[in-house]
Design a protein around this ligand. Structure first.
Ligand SMILES: O=C(O)c1ccccc1NCC(=O)[C@H](O)[C@H](O)COP(=O)(O)O
Length: 230
């Protein structure tokens, strides 16, 4: 059975890290963008990461950060990978990742006029720019940079790219099963949909979200089985 990977983003409290790990999250996101309500310092993130068990990834999220800012964080907080969420070019992402010696996720902020071909072209550009490119994370374009809880039109995601992308943007306990069954992404990423208030996660919502994704995995498996046997 395909097991859709799950990233919980925007963690600011040790108890929220514990809730995400105990619910079965595969990756934990820490926001190093000072204007975010979910901003954490490198020292705060490092303290939270010290309680993360083996085989759970930690992701450091940056928006238009300088090489010095990324280096200052990665010297202190042992993130396993980077996420570039701003207007960085492919060359800038490649250089930031190389200097931090970490793989990176590139966020594509989907607009109403985005077409599937745009995603494939963007992915090719990043793949060509760096061996440290680990994949695209699809989020909804909003004027602010992210964590806004807005959904985009999932039908634009081409079937041939879906198994490699991280789907995000307005996911919730209510829409997670539908999103995963329809798109069949490699992974999903959620922030505001599992919060009580900005930056404060809700352990029950995290557990319910993980459960909703697992229901989708089981549904997709039974659909695959049905397709194979007819
Ligand atoms: O969380 C923030 O405040 C934030 C600030 C600047 C850039 C990105 C930010 N968050 C990104 C995420 O948490 C997620 O990758 C994604 O945007 C999904 O968020 P949501 O729609 O709230 O689930």
């Amino acid at each position: 059975m395909q097991r859709t990977r799950i990233k919980i983003c925007g963690l600011t409290r040790p108890e929220d890290v514990a809730a995400a790990v105990s619910a079965g999250a595969d990756a934990l996101g820490f926001v190093f963008y000072p204007k975010s309500p979910r901003f954490v310092t490198a020292a705060q993130a490092a303290a939270m990461m010290s309680a993360v068990p083996p085989f759970v990834s930690t992701v450091g999220l940056f928006v238009n950060a300088s090489p010095a800012e990324v280096a200052a964080v990665t010297h202190i907080a042992p993130v396993s990978q980077l996420q570039f969420h701003g207007d960085e070019t492919a060359q800038q992402c490649a250089a930031l990742a190389a200097s931090a010696n970490r793989p990176f996720l590139r966020v594509f902020r989907v607009r109403p006029d985005t077409r599937g071909a745009d995603l494939l072209e963007y992915e090719n550009e990043y793949r060509a720019a760096s061996p440290l490119f680990s994949g695209l994370l699809l989020d909804t374009f909003v004027d602010a940079y992210g964590g806004a809880g807005k959904v985009f039109d999932w039908s634009i995601v081409p079937k041939d790219i879906a198994p490699r992308v991280v789907l995000s943007g307005g996911l919730s306990v209510q829409n997670a099963t539908d999103a995963v069954v329809r798109v069949r992404p490699y992974a999903v990423d959620i922030s505001s949909g599992v919060e009580q208030q900005k930056g404060i996660k809700d352990a029950h919502k995290i557990a319910a979200f993980v459960q909703a994704v697992r229901v989708a995995d089981a549904t997709s498996e039974s659909e695959n089985h049905h397709e194979r046997s007819t």
